[in-house]
Design a protein around this ligand. Sequence first.
Ligand code: NAD
Length: 249
Amino acid sequence: MKLLEGKVAIVTGGTRGIGFATVKAFLEQGAKVALFGSRKETVDIALEKLHEENENCQVIGLHPNLMNAQEVKEAFQMVVKQFGRLDILVNNAGISQRDKLFDYNLEDFEMIMNLNVNAVFICSKEAAILMKEQGGGVILNTSSMVSLYGQPAGAGYPTSKFAVNGMTKSLARELGKDHIRVNAVAPGVIKTDMVAALPDEIIQPIINSIPLRRVGEPEDIANAFVFLASDMASYITGVILSVDGATMS
Ligand code: NAD
């Protein structure tokens, strides 16, 4: 039995990295998936790769501006028109920035907050409207290990992820009565393009500081999303699940 058989999911930032691995894992577990990306070109490339692996996979791609409530509403309506319902939303799209405070300008800070927080709010609200009507659903957010302790540069990013944790816990409390579960995964250092490109002398000390002695794979996070999205996690809500090899535990 597949864990997400018959479920319909939206994954934002689904074109690469953790988002793409999550789309693949959801498809493998029987879900129908709408992947959202920032540009048509990258969405098309991601769809092509998925169809090369399995020509029958049930996936569509859209590229709404996640910070525009009207565009998001229309995109969610297209998903429902295509697949009939919405059971799972994974808020994964996110950006980071590591400037020190005195070089950090308000525009950059706002750019991070707009995508990492405002878009999560916009998408979660739209999903909750549909899920309440249907009788339930699951909203999953992508936090970060830096949401627990902060980091010594790029204050906007951890600030945004603390906000994601706050939204996760608050919406879990607010939406529980509507049978909507809301959880977050807090990844450690994950081998997406940026980390994979780091030279040995930078990556090795990082690995040495991780109790499990390896960086995470995108699939490690995707698997946590599969579990939290599935009925196996039916009594879990309001949780920030660290998937970081105990880096911050
Ligand atoms: P990535 O840069 O590989 O992918 C980011 C995704 O977000 C892409 O699909 C991209 O299209 C999308 N995106 C970026 N800007 C966008 C915009 N303006 N509008 C819509 N979509 C946009 O990133 P990743 O490493 O896979 O990270 C995914 C999530 O995981 C992020 O929320 C990130 O903060 C979080 N995270 C990553 C790590 C890590 O080590 N990689 C660690 C902790 C948390």
